[in-house]
Design a protein around this ligand. Structure first.
Ligand code: G3I
Length: 367
């Protein structure tokens, strides 16, 4: 904590002084170029970019990023809204943009308890389907989606958020109906559909030790049974104090020690108060209260420095372990489009991405 305060003081001196910072679009070298020896620098595409209406963020993507993930439009409920009816119209546009701009394309996501194909767990009477039926449906979904994007997607988030923070399996319908080998089956089906594509087991709060250990154990088990798992995906939805520098370092080292390569899949940093602890659990919600929205009128120098200092602390850990990290993706192009503004409390001001809402780059990246 002392370190953060010291760093913050230093950065404050640096960032609050006279020289106005260059606008990101005036920076000569993009981030992807700057970090090309370390890892790919990724971001996400959502509706405003797909429709071409958010020109500022599209320019930022073209200039600074060399990896792209579809934020929502490759999720189960979008690509297979009804059984047997697939809709790839939005996903195709994201993939086309990535190809056109020579970017590493990440498919997100094949199996996730949130936003699955809505019909997938139940029969026409609303009863839960049998194990065999769900396996068949999951296989069909994975096979159709992966084959559709074959040769255009470089890596898939195959299974997302399968573990609780204590390392136990999340009691999702996939787990309850199929059992823990729904993960094994998902990886098998994805590999069969495209033997070339890289496969990721993705989760949040990976810096929680028991969760980290469970993910490592699962990847080893999958590999020892002959299945392909190329990366662990660490989402890294961070707060100002979690995970700590020490927790990040320990976690990154554990993966190195176990020969598991990493992708940082959804990095962002919230700096506003969080009413319900450290989680990225999408079902969490709270009502708006002013005390939870401290920056609604803007950011003072002190807070700006602290946010940049914390960003730098985390990013420096990625850099110092970059030999084991393929990609660092930030979950949002500018602060304006971040999911953090609407979750778990709608309508707040936050600074979670690499670029402020006006397109200016966060200062920690300008050093
Ligand atoms: O598309 C509808 C729109 O028709 C409707 O008018 C509007 C009203 O609320 O909702 C729109 O859907 C929203 C969707 O984002 C697109 O904007 C959903 O309500 C909203 O729940 C959804 O949130 C997304 C969330 O995943 C759930 O799918 C966030 O944008 C997205 O950033 C977030 O991303 C997840 C990763 O996939 C997995 N890891 C955690 C991460 C953050 O929660």
């Amino acid at each position: 904590m002392k370190r953060i305060v010291l760093c913050a003081a230093l950065m404050m001196a640096l960032y609050s002084c006279s020289e106005p910072k260059k606008n990101s679009l005036q920076q000569e070298e993009g981030l992807a170029k700057k970090y090309e020896q370390n890892f790919k620098i990724g971001t996400i595409f959502a509706q405003p970019q797909i429709e071409g209406v958010d020109k500022l963020s599209i320019d930022i993507v073209k200039k600074h990023f060399n990896a792209l993930t579809a934020e929502n439009c490759m999720k189960g409920e979008v690509v297979q809204p009804e059984q047997g009816r697939f809709d790839f119209s939005l996903g195709d546009k994201v993939v086309d943009f990535a190809r056109h701009n020579n970017m590493y394309m990440v498919g997100h996501v094949l199996v996730w308890h949130s936003q699955p194909p809505k019909w997938i767990f139940t029969d026409s009477q609303g009863n839960r389907v049998s194990r065999d039926t769900l396996i068949e449906r999951m296989k069909n979904h994975i096979t159709t989606v992966v084959k559709h994007f074959k040769g255009k997607v470089d890596a898939w988030d195959v299974v997302n958020e399968a573990f609780e923070d204590d390392g136990s399996y999340r009691k999702s319908p996939y787990f309850e109906i199929i059992g823990e080998d729904f993960i094994n089956l998902a990886f098998k089906f994805a590999h069969e559909a495209d033997p070339e594509v890289k496969l990721i087991l993705n989760d949040y709060n990976v810096c929680k030790p028991q969760k980290c250990d469970a993910i490592i154990a699962k990847i080893k088990e999958l590999r020892s049974s002959g299945l392909q798992v190329d990366y662990a995906g660490m989402q890294m939805h961070c707060t100002m104090d979690f995970p700590s520098k020490n927790e990040i370092e320990t976690t990154l080292k554990k993966f190195e020690d176990n020969n598991i390569k990493l992708q940082i899949t959804e990095f962002d940093l919230t700096s506003i108060p969080f009413p319900m602890g450290n989680t990225a659990e999408i079902s969490a919600r709270a009502d708006y209260q002013e005390k939870y929205d401290p920056y609604k009128n803007g950011l003072d120098d002190d807070s700006r420095a602290k946010i940049n200092s914390r960003f730098k602390e985390i990013f420096d850990s990625f850099l110092s372990h970059s030999q084991n990290i393929e990609r660092v993706t930030v979950w949002g192009i500018t602060d304006k489009g971040s999911w953090r503004l609407d979750w778990p409390i709608p309508g707040r001001t936050d600074f979670p991405t690499f670029f402020y809402s006006d397109g200016k780059m966060k200062e920690f990246l300008m050093e």
